[in-house]
Design a protein around this ligand. Structure first.
Ligand SMILES: [Zn+2]
Length: 960
């Protein structure tokens, strides 16, 4: 049966368009119950169990299926995900509404319907002849959908009755909407609220913990006094923003002070992004949570405040003790310099909540038998959350996940509910899970939908593949990587041509051959954006079959590649460049050390070795030329952990060795990236995906210049070339480590390199590499940017076809935004992983004393670097409840005088390092000064600012 719906739509130009949509109604849609005779022949496989005896409900003793409405799915998804909840009917009407309102919840429902054990069935009620309802006059679409849901629930109950009288299967409608529930009961449909139903499951009392506590924000004042002012409705906020009464911005809570936050006002353009408003005090923060989009009202000038420099952590137990908070707020406002006052405001409403599930720990209430407890998130910018649980004793001391449900006006803390128990604090797997969650690293196993787009095994190169590609299997190609590398995405060759010139090829895994635009595999890779390397774990961007097998350019197997081939003079001048899709057969997978040994060993003269020597010679010339142009060679103290192969505990740290062969590979990867960048920009001036590295503003260099000056050295920073040259000259015969320290400091002055779309920007320059244009082409297995670049290049040379999204610069700009975010988060996650392993290392090692150098001096502390461990930490000179030493800080010649001892940047000191486990949630490496001794004061230490370098990765993979 065909029904057509006609509706009118306003076009952008203001005209009216008539749209006719055809709507097919069918009689062959199954109810999904296994063994249902009436729908025996239905297409979709039955997924609801015939005898769902999994739950014993005191409200509904007979076997039953659940049919939740949209709001229950949206707000109670955590409890529905519990393994105890099975046999659930998800109506098409409901699914569509969820999809429009929350993409993450929609995805979670899809995951459940794909999970066979959950027995979730999607019923396409909108296409079923007996359950389709048309909107009637005077009925809004919300009411129409509510009616459609009830019609489907009623149909189900009647249908199941027909199936078998003795079976007595029922469908229970779950809704928290009071009116809808009443109507359903009137119509003879068994209906309960989510809470009623969950509480009736007497065999599963733990489920109650996972219920979201839903009191509508704003109108929930039953008890207690109001603390916060009301949030204005969205319409009022929009009006106010339009008229300039309110400002819209992103709420960023302070890490150090829970009573302070900054709102970054959304400007119309990039230049406006500096505008920020400071908020101080609970009432002005008005229940906004980090990352929410809020509307703020600016306070009159006489109420403006200055950012406080006080560290304040919320440690209260008595949750509604507001007087104390007010006292603390007064402390914040102690006399400050008039000049330091900043525009100050208060939150008047929330435009968009940006809550996510938070990791953290439970602080068990002191009140005996209390079920209400406070949860402390690991992220200090998130407020503590009140949850109700009966399992407090079990959950204490463990890492758990909690979701926020709402924040009533009379409550000091937001309300939330328990979601998941991750495991014990300090347990390696638990901590890894926490750091992945906290850095938003997608790390679930790849779904069946994604895996379904992988090639079927056994896989081999077909005739058709061969025909469209250049056969380069005869070339002596080899790869050079760190030991144990299984995802080899590049290989090289070099040979002499008949005309006496050299031919060099960079061959990159042809990942875009396997990942086709728009399918689930492509979407998931785009979402992940990058492979994440932790100390002992790799979270792949693409499934292992591709990353470690079909795409990995292993030796002695035929592999598809995308090749960049140059003809060069012996002086490394590029004479010709070409790109081709190819088939290669690598002759050897070498480690850096093996490649170096071959180059150095006079006895070896085979093809592989000759090729390597040729590459090495050219690379040296290329590097020299690049440095002459002003490319920076910066430094970070690179160390790697040696893991115990059995326990995976870190047993030692070692400084990373750099061989010539590391920079040999790096040099050719840079060259390939530059060549490809030029080519795709030539072909697609408006939508090439490029990578730039902005020059830092001069003020960034102040620290470096002043520090060098204190050692009588001059660092020039007008251009990258000037900086590179003055760093080269900055040497001290008595202090060989000085140059490395200067380069470490220089690294800290740099900006982040970012991906961008050429049509959306006009500054392409890569400062660090001194290249006018740059992109990423050489690591498509581990970076999604490279896959897009491969696709663009393939279209440019006619080796593949294009698709609409590839040439849409706005889509590309959105993609770049995600990739830049994922890369940043991957870096932070890596650092957190190193920090955790450093803690494990020092836990087993006890207290050690080591040589350190001062990197920065602060007003009350020094920041030191311990080269042996690549570890950085802060040594404080003030201790709680102890007499304060006399401190004199000089900003000009960066120095700190403590009593009679003066500390300068780069001074060598000796520090004691130990692990402080006094705070279970935040274990800390603490440092204290051993030498020089300062008479009369005891010094203590804190390395909470620990900022250590990344774990060992391929040199060439570093964020160039
Ligand atoms: Zn049926």
């Amino acid at each position: 049966m065909l029904k057509s719906k006609t509706f009118l739509k306003k076009t952008r130009a203001g005209g009216v368009m008539k749209i006719v949509r055809e709507h097919y109604l069918r009689d062959d849609i199954g109810c999904g119950a296994s063994g249902c005779a009436a729908c025996g022949g239905a297409h979709e496989g039955p997924v609801l169990e015939l005898q769902p005896l999994d739950r014993a409900s005191s409200l509904c003793p007979q076997p039953h299926y659940l049919l939740p409405d949209t709001n229950v799915l949206l707000h109670q998804i955590d409890v529905l995900e519990d393994p105890a909840i099975r046999n659930v009917i998800v109506l098409q009407t409901v699914l569509q509404e969820v999809r429009n309102r929350s993409a993450p919840v929609y995805k979670r429902i899809r995951d459940m319907t794909n999970n066979q054990e959950k027995h979730f069935y999607t019923f396409t009620n909108e296409h079923h002849r007996e359950t389709y309802v048309e909107q009637v006059q005077g009925e809004n679409s919300n009411d129409r959908n509510d009616r459609a849901i009830r019609v489907a629930a009623k149909w189900y109950n009647e249908h199941l009755k027909k199936m078998s009288a003795e079976n007595q299967l029922q469908v229970i409608f779950i809704t928290n909407d009071r009116k809808n529930k009443e109507k359903a009961i009137e119509e003879g449909i068994p209906a309960f609220t989510c809470e009623e139903y969950i509480k009736s499951l007497t065999a599963n009392p733990e489920l109650i913990d996972r219920l979201a506590c839903l009191s509508e924000e704003g109108n929930e004042i039953e008890s207690g006094k109001t603390i916060f002012s009301e949030h204005l409705p969205l319409s009022k906020l929009q009006q106010g923003i339009k008229s300039g009464t309110y400002l819209q911005g992103t709420f960023r809570a302070s890490r150090e002070n829970y009573l302070e936050a900054t709102v970054w006002v959304h400007g119309d353009d990039e230049d406006n992004k500096e505008a920020s408003i400071i908020l101080q005090g609970l009432k002005n923060l008005n229940r906004a949570i980090h990352e929410d989009i809020v509307a703020v009202e600016l306070l009159p000038r006489h109420q403006w405040v200055a950012p406080s420099s006080v560290v304040l952590q919320d440690e209260g137990q008595n949750e509604d003790d507001i007087e104390k908070e007010e006292e603390r707020e007064r402390i914040l406002k102690t006399a400050v310099n008039e000049k330091m006052l900043k525009p100050t405001g208060r939150v008047v409403g929330i435009i968009k909540r940006n809550w996510r599930p938070y990791c953290g720990m439970l602080s068990k209430s002191d009140i005996k038998e209390s079920r209400r407890h406070l949860f402390t998130p690991a992220d200090k910018r998130i407020p503590r959350i009140r949850i109700e649980t009966r399992q407090a004793s079990t959950l204490e001391g463990r890492r758990i996940i909690v979701a926020v449900d709402g924040w009533p006006r009379n409550s000091r803390y937001p309300n939330g509910h328990f979601v998941k128990n991750l495991g014990e604090v300090g347990d390696k797997e638990t901590e890894t899970e926490v750091l992945l969650l906290e850095h938003d690293v997608p790390h679930q196993a790849f779904s069946q939908a994604v895996l379904s787009f992988l090639p079927k095994m056994p896989w081999s190169i077909t005739e058709k593949d061969m025909k469209s590609r250049e056969d380069l299997r005869h070339l002596c190609v080899c790869s050079v990587d760190p030991p144990g590398c299984t995802d080899i995405d590049d290989a090289l060759h070099c040979r002499e041509l008949e005309n006496g010139n050299l031919e060099v090829g960079v061959h990159i895994a042809d990942v875009s051959h396997f990942i086709r635009p728009g399918n689930a595999l492509d979407q998931e890779s785009a979402r992940r954006g990058t492979t994440v390397y932790l100390c002992e774990k790799r979270i792949d961007m693409v499934p292992e079959l591709l990353s470690s097998n079909l795409c990995s350019l292993r030796s002695n197997v035929d592999r598809l590649a995308f090749s960049c081939i140059w003809e060069m003079s012996h002086n490394a001048e590029i004479l010709k460049t070409r790109f081709t899709k190819s088939v290669i057969n690598s002759k050897a997978s070498l480690t850096y050390a093996e490649a170096q040994m071959r180059i150095d060993s006079a006895a070896m003269n085979d093809n592989i070795t000759t090729s390597l020597r040729g590459l090495n010679k050219l690379a040296k010339i290329l590097k020299k030329r690049r440095i002459e142009k002003g490319a920076l060679t910066l430094s970070s103290p690179e160390v790697r952990f040696h893991m115990d192969s059995e326990t995976h505990d870190p047993i030692d740290l070692q400084a990373k060795e750099l061989r010539e062969t590391n920079s040999m590979v790096e040099e050719f990867m840079l060259l390939a990236n530059i060549s490809v960048a030029k080519k795709i920009h030539e072909e697609f001036s408006e939508h090439a995906l490029l990578r730039k590295h902005p020059a830092p503003p001069p003020s960034n260099y102040e620290i470096l210049v002043k520090a060098a000056k204190s050692k009588n050295l001059e660092i020039k920073t007008d251009t990258a070339k000037a900086l590179a040259d003055s760093l080269d000259r900055a040497d001290s015969p008595v202090f060989p480590y000085l140059n490395t320290l200067l380069r470490i400091l220089a690294t800290r002055c740099m900006m982040q390199a970012v991906y961008f779309c050429s049509g959306m920007d006009n500054d392409f320059h890569h400062y660090g590499l001194a290249s006018p244009i740059y992109t990423h082409f050489t690591s498509p297995i581990r970076r999604y940017a490279d896959i897009i670049v491969h696709r663009l290049l393939a279209v440019a040379i006619g080796a593949d076809c294009t698709y609409p999204e590839l040439t849409d610069k706005h889509k590309l700009a959105d993609l770049c935004k995600n990739l830049n975010f994922r890369h940043k988060m991957a870096q932070y996650a890596q650092r957190a992983s190193v920090a955790f392993h450093t803690q494990l290392f020092f836990k087993s090692k006890g207290i050690v004393s080591e040589e350190a150098y001062i990197l920065f001096v602060r007003k009350n502390a020094i920041v030191v670097l311990i080269p042996k461990y690549g570890l950085e930490g802060t040594v404080f000179f003030e201790e709680k409840d102890k007499p304060k030493p006399r401190l004199i800080y000089d900003d000009e010649i960066p120095s700190l005088k403590i009593e009679d001892t003066v500390f300068h940047v780069f001074d060598k000191v000796k520090v004691k390092i130990m692990l402080d486990s006094s705070n279970l949630q935040h274990q800390k490496i603490r440092m204290s000064l051993v030498e020089p001794q300062i008479p009369g004061i005891s010094v203590s230490a804190d390395a909470s600012n620990m900022d250590i370098n990344e774990p060992e990765r391929k040199k060439k993979k570093l964020q160039k």
